[in-house]
Write a protein that binds this ligand. Sequence first.
Ligand code: FMN
Length: 194
Amino acid sequence: MSHFLPVKLEHASRLINHGPTVLVTSAHGACRNVMAAAWSMPVEFTPPRIAVVIDKRTYTRELAAASGTFGICVPGAAMMDLTYAVGSSSGRDLDKFEAFGIEAVAGPVLGLPLIEKNCAAWLECRLIDEKHTEDAYDTCFAEVVAAAADPRVFSAGHWTLDDSNQPLHTIHHLGAGNFVRASAMEQARPLDAL
Ligand SMILES: Cc1cc2nc3c(=O)[nH]c(=O)nc-3n(C[C@H](O)[C@H](O)[C@H](O)COP(=O)(O)O)c2cc1C
């Protein structure tokens, strides 16, 4: 049974607001796939919309274009090696879920393969038809239609990153397989104008 809890759609942007490296999942017919993406961001609160760069040469792009959907999963630090592995191999050559022993659950709205084990959150997304930005910039816009998170790190619309949940701290790609973990949360203090 899933240990994830639904995230209100108006809070979905917060799941990727801080720029974590994500996993983009996709499926069409009997085919499914997962790749890593460092370049994603929210672009609208309501309706919740996001953008992610998905290179047109990837198998992910082919499946996402064919189905009009994709999933975003937010891997925790425990998934760093797998994240790098699925970002360094193509689903055209292997079923990465099988090859790397990644368990998938079916998304509630679009039925996309989503990853919960060692992930902090996921979003199910419906592609928005923006042919120009897809062709020119490999940037795919999508509307989030469902979202959920592991309540150990995200609940009631807020992240909690502390020593108790380190394996689920989000990861951020520096390049060449080097990542930093999100940690040491701090609250900004209001400043009085001079
Ligand atoms: C950490 C990391 C981040 C990446 N970020 C992106 C990205 O933002 N956009 C992209 O198109 N490819 C990105 N890639 C490359 C894809 O994950 C890679 O091309 C992958 O093999 C595509 O898989 P597929 O052909 O199975 O879809 C990244 C790779 C790694 C390792």
